[in-house]
Design a protein around this ligand. Structure first.
Ligand code: NAI
Length: 519
């Protein structure tokens, strides 16, 4: 870090709102003198005042040294105009998200700062290339995209526009690391990394809701079961449907209305009706005193699993291995165990003449028709499962029955899933169910981003785990699955729905035909 030209240098932060105040704090904690400017008089002073209160609170709880708190505050000086950017080595703007305002501010600052001063923008959705356009030295403009709350969220997307000087991006990358952050390089493209790759997390839930495949509570339970900290519906309620909808629309418009990113009419209706989520007291859930009133989940298990004596685990790989282990445990009391067939081309459990099949993207009805059977159910992919970690007992898992399944199998399919250790949740017979289609689409979006040079594979993984707390990055999920199976699942979705949403990334499709999914 010692050879970084930005180390310890004065930083000018423009915009003292939520983000600017957080950025000023982080820079000051890392030892930089910070000048904090806001065009609204008194805003920088109040931001500093709020920070003083927060730091005092941490000191009182014994979580921060009083001396460090005092030094941090002493380094932040409210500024009263852009002229005070003179002598700064780095400007970070976090003003209103409007291109004209950002361009005007940077042009004003360019007239004040020295020729080597880096101009960073915290924009979350505007092209860095476009912000730099018209400046005398567009090469010094770089995106430094922090996440809210800045002090706690480790990720920084270091975004290069077409004219960004590589040395400028490298210096900001090194500086972010020095500030204790985890920087990831990104190319300036709509949504950068996180806001782009995260789109399917919301879009697939909205698509399933749109076709009434499951309730918000069931969708959330399924994705929490897969290890996501919050389900998509509760998360959209937290973010605010207006904000979430605006980001989706901005990516959609910036991609020339690529139908892959088509916003949901369901969400548009919620925004139009002011059902914005937590902040208005009503979104997918109702909030009484800030707490969601969550409807009860459907009860699927009504009887014990039964068999006439033939239980076979089909398939190879960690999921089939887990099923064998779980079925063995379930049958142990009866003094016998399941048979195993590895090469049958599907993964799941055969109980007498009925099948529980791991989703491959086809509906249960399609699987039943292809097998010439009535009693078929498909179950969702337990994506958290690795050879080293079995699913947590009672993990929620969606399943769907084939249209012609008997009443007996409708009761037995969830009974067997429960016997295997899952908490089965019924969903409509939608292709790819809930988790499999969502995670496949996250992988697909990440594969496109990598192919288009937006980020690297490790960059995508770091961005998604640190920026939005996903339990695994998209390529980590892919390593537990296979490009061939993900491509097959997406193809099944594509053939079911048509349109552009499930268009498979060329990177995945190429990888799918490589022997054993070699990278
Ligand atoms: P905010 O509304 O809390 O703060 C913006 C501040 O900028 C206001 O205090 C306003 O008075 C000031 N301002 C507006 N025009 C100005 C100008 N010409 N010169 C100086 N100050 C000016 O907004 P927030 O949420 O802090 O967002 C700021 C930027 O950070 C936006 O570009 C936003 O897209 C981006 N961002 C926001 C995130 C969030 O979660 N809120 C996350 C990541 C990026």
């Amino acid at each position: 870090m010692t050879d970084n030209p930005l180390a310890g240098q004065p930083v000018f932060v423009a915009g003292a709102g939520i983000m600017g105040a957080g950025i000023a704090q982080v820079a000051a904690q890392a030892g930089h003198p910070v000048r904090l400017y806001d065009q609204r008089a008194g805003t920088a002073e109040s931001a500093r005042g709020r920070l003083a209160d927060q730091l005092a609170g941490l000191v009182a709880k014994g979580r921060l040294d009083a001396g460090i708190a005092q030094q941090t505050l002493a380094r932040i000086e409210p500024a009263h105009g852009t002229a005070q950017a003179a002598g700064c080595a780095l400007v970070i703007e976090a003003i209103v998200e409007q291109i004209d305002a950002k361009r005007a501010l940077l042009a004003e600052l360019e007239a004040v700062v020295g020729p080597r001063c880096v101009l960073a923008t915290n924009t979350s959705s505007i092209s860095v290339t476009a912000i730099a356009q018209g400046l005398a030295h567009p090469g010094r403009v770089v995106g430094m995209h922090f996440f809210n709350p800045v002090a706690r969220m480790p990720l920084v997307e270091v975004v290069s526009g077409l004219q960004t000087d590589a040395a400028v991006a490298a210096a900001v990358f090194a500086l972010s690391r020095h500030w204790g952050k985890v920087p990831v390089h990104a190319r300036s493209t709509p949504g950068f990394i996180v806001n782009r790759i995260a789109r399917p997390y919301y879009a697939e839930a909205l698509a399933l809701l749109h076709e009434q495949a499951a309730t918000p509570a069931v969708l959330d339970a399924c994705l929490r079961g897969a290890g996501f900290r919050m389900g998509p519906c509760e998360l959209m309620d937290l973010i605010g449907h207006d904000t979430n909808f605006a980001v989706t629309k901005s990516v959609f418009e910036a991609c020339f209305q690529d139908r892959r990113y088509t916003p949901s009419p369901l969400q548009a209706e919620m925004v139009a009706g002011g059902l914005l989520g937590r902040k208005t007291g009503q979104g997918f859930y109702a909030y009484a005193d800030g707490q969601p009133t969550t409807p009860a989940l459907p009860v699927a298990v009504t009887e014990a699993p039964a068999t006439a004596g033939e239980v076979t685990v089909h398939g190879a790989g960690p999921i089939a291995d887990f099923l064998e282990h779980a079925a063995t445990a379930a049958l142990a009391a009866q003094g016998w165990g399941p048979a195993r067939q590895r090469g049958s081309g599907w993964t799941g459990l055969q109980v007498d003449g009925a099948r529980l099949v791991l989703t491959d993207g086809r509906t249960a009805t399609e699987v039943a028709a292809a097998a010439g059977l009535r009693d078929v159910a498909v179950f969702d992919r337990p994506v958290a499962l690795t050879p080293a970690s079995p699913p947590a007992p009672g993990m929620a898992l969606g399943y769907a029955l084939a249209a012609g399944a008997s009443d007996a199998w409708a009761a037995q399919a969830p009974a067997w899933l429960a016997a295997l250790g899952f908490a089965p949740l019924p969903v409509a017979d939608a292709p790819g169910l809930v988790v499999a289609r969502t995670v496949a689409m996250l992988i697909n979006e990440a594969a496109d981003a990598v192919q288009q040079g937006v980020c690297t594979e490790p960059g995508a993984d770091a961005a998604m785990t640190l920026g939005v707390n996903h339990p695994a990055g998209p390529f980590e999920f892919l390593s537990r699955w296979s490009a061939r199976e993900v491509t097959a699942l997406l193809d099944a979705l594509d053939s079911h729905y048509r349109g552009e949403r499930y268009r498979t990334s060329p990177l995945l499709r190429r990888r799918a035909v490589m022997p054993q999914d070699l990278p």
